[in-house]
Design a protein around this ligand. Structure first.
Ligand code: 5GP
Length: 190
């Protein structure tokens, strides 16, 4: 999506460790008008697939998930990050390794809100190594639901998340695909 690519070039900052800082518009301050365009685009891609729930992970995916859900007319469920000690029987849980925090944590959703009738679109802000989205896929699988697709605002293609998730047969749709971040320059997939 050209408008997202242009926004990344204008306001994104490359940090060390292959991290793109976009907290000016995506995951701290949120550009709602831009989100609306992203949400519409995600809707156009998955329209007609029967999506009846959007699943994301706290906190950075929630904004885009909620705006997108308005197009699908469905609810958003966000997975919560927990300490292992607090996991109870009434949740589905999985483990996720965090790319940005370099640590593993548990993510949970209540069994009350995810089940076999759910046709789930997974949304997050970034797709890097794919761990966050694979964790969300695992939660849907444990609940007996169906994953319709996985959509992220920004994908760093060279980190392999797309390949892992697409190899499982899921429809992965990213709005801006970064091919390279080097020496302060960002190159998008043509
Ligand atoms: P993955 O699990 O795919 O390796 O990484 C995705 C998660 O890590 C996302 O939920 C996102 O919050 C965070 N993340 C990964 N790469 C970046 C990045 O370059 N910038 C920011 N701000 N977050 C990232």
């Amino acid at each position: 999506m050209k408008i997202l690519e242009q926004k990344i070039l204008k306001d994104g900052k490359i940090l060390g460790g292959d991290i793109l800082k976009v907290d000016n518009f995506l995951n701290h301050q949120m550009d709602v008008a831009l989100f609306n365009e992203l949400g519409r685009d995600i809707y156009t891609h998955y329209q007609g697939c029967g999506v009846n729930k959007i699943l994301t992970i706290e906190a950075s995916g929630i904004g885009l998930a909620c705006i997108t859900a308005q197009f699908f007319n469905c609810n958003v469920l966000f997975a919560k990050k927990r300490k292992s000690l607090n996991i109870s029987d009434d949740v589905f849980s999985t483990k996720v390794y965090s790319f940005t925090k370099k640590t593993e944590y548990d993510v949970v959703v209540s069994k009350e809100y995810l089940g076999k009738d759910d046709k789930v679109l997974i949304i997050d802000d970034f797709l890097a190594n794919g761990n966050a989205c694979l964790g969300l896929i695992d939660l849907v699988r444990k609940a007996g639901g169906e994953v319709v697709g996985v959509s992220c605002a920004v994908e760093k293609t060279y980190q392999g998340g797309y390949d892992k998730i697409a190899a499982l047969g899921y429809d992965v749709y990213s709005l801006a695909r970064i091919a390279e971040m080097k020496d302060g320059h960002i190159k998008f997939v043509e």
